[in-house]
Design a binder for this molecule. Structure first.
Ligand code: SAH
Length: 395
């Protein structure tokens, strides 16, 4: 494909020269008439070559630089090389028998912004974040077929108006799966459906957090898991020998999906409560009933609107923490997690500090997690390192 020359706004030149591949909206001076998927050569005003990439409108930016070398062409061989490099970096994970679900390719962290690939046993899931990268679908799939074997590929198109999921049959190629399938993560079983809407049943970036809860914190404890979705943290806690788990989520689907995840791990359901309710309502109930937990897990979405409540992690995390503090036992643990990319770990810790401000209790941070190694990110692009998880002990 022929590339089109695009001149960069001088104030973005330095960032590109420092290796930032994200093309911000204001960075390109003449984008009118560019089509999604167009290969573009980024140049400065004196026509010096800065990088080659593609045009694709995404919630972050309008495209990505794929190479800083003017000799490198964007073609099937290019995609194949990047995919092989990503596979090589996951060699150890790929060989593990007790973990069969992980991220194989993480967008810009693996050299190509705009899409990710996850493995679920021998199924692959590709998530596309712009129409621009979707234009390379055939090329990417052909390259993928050369690099590895798989039963089938499924996809999530995350590029409608607001960057959210486009409802569709998500099957792409191969032999259709019979879902749900059961994947393994550090020996734990999780139920996955790759063709049931926007979410598949698990968030793979929390693997180390689930393992830590199971191996170091759960034994003999009463655990409250809020925003519990399919109960993945509750399963880890129960397998770690918790006394009880309580999973709270607003979505009706959470009851059946959480029960299923307990069942496929042969967990005794008698000690596991599943509550379909607004978390903020549950906090009030728990305070009224004087319920206290050894561990409270908070993993809300960045934004959520329920009938009575709008929650924004950037604005409301401190008050969420305050609610959790009031129902956590002394010396108990709060797992504070967020995937909100608009603030960093430093600011997140500030939210924690603020939440304890007028409380009689002190706290100590006992564990900290960011993205695991398979979710590769690049240092220069802070927002690509979105995950922040802090375990704090209430004193
Ligand atoms: N912690 C989960 C992932 C959470 S995804 C895990 O480890 O897999 C976010 C979840 O929050 C969704 O399942 C959504 O239904 C739920 N949710 C959003 N707003 C809520 C609210 N006000 N009360 C309870 N659940 C809520």
């Amino acid at each position: 494909m022929r590339s089109i020359e695009v001149i960069v706004n001088p104030s973005f030149e330095k960032g590109i020269k420092n290796g930032n591949p994200l093309l911000y909206k204001e960075a390109l001076l003449n984008v009118s008439g560019l089509e999604e998927g167009q290969i573009i050569d980024i140049k400065n005003k004196s026509k010096q070559f800065l990088g080659r990439g593609y045009f694709g409108i995404q919630n972050k930016g309008v495209g990505w630089i794929l190479t800083f070398d003017s000799q490198t062409e964007i073609n099937e061989q290019f995609f194949e090389r990047q995919l092989l490099a990503a596979i090589e970096k996951r060699k150890v994970l790929i060989q593990q028998e007790n973990t069969t679900a992980f991220r194989l390719f993480n967008g810009e962290g693996d050299g190509i912004g705009g899409f990710t690939i996850d493995c679920f046993n021998d199924y692959l899931l590709i998530q596309w974040y712009s129409k621009g990268i979707y234009a390379f679908k055939e090329m990417i799939i052909q390259a993928l077929q050369k690099c590895m074997s798989f039963s089938a590929i499924y996809e999530k198109k995350r590029f409608d108006q607001k960057g959210s999921y486009v409802e569709d049959d998500d099957f792409v190629i191969g032999k259709r799966g019979e879902f749900p399938i059961i994947v393994k993560e550090n020996g734990m079983n999780y139920s996955i459906d790759l063709n049931d809407g926007a979410m598949v049943g698990i968030f793979l970036d929390q693997r180390e957090v689930r393992k830590t809860i199971r191996d170091k914190y759960a034994k003999g404890k009463d655990i409250l898991n809020t925003f519990s979705y399919t109960g993945a943290f509750s399963v880890a806690a129960a397998l770690g020998g918790s006394k009880s788990t309580t999973s709270v989520d607003l979505a009706n689907r959470s009851r059946a999906k959480t029960t299923e995840n307990f069942t496929i791990n042969e967990i005794d359901l008698a000690a596991q409560k599943i509550i379909v309710e607004d978390v903020f309502h549950y906090f009030k109930y728990a305070v009224k009933k004087e319920l206290l937990f050894d561990m409270v897990i908070l993993d809300p979405p960045s934004f959520a609107r329920s009938k009575k409540h709008t929650f924004s992690a950037a604005k409301d995390y401190t008050s969420l923490l305050k609610e959790a503090i009031s129902i956590t036992k002394k010396n108990g643990i709060i797992v504070a997690s967020t995937n909100c990319s608009t603030f960093d770990m430093k600011k997140f810790k500030r939210f924690i500090l603020d939440a304890f401000e007028n409380k009689p209790n002190r706290y100590e941070i006992v564990e900290e997690f960011q993205l695991p190694a398979d979710f590769r990110s690049i240092n220069i692009l802070k927002e690509s390192n979105y995950l922040k998880v802090v375990f704090l002990q209430k004193k």
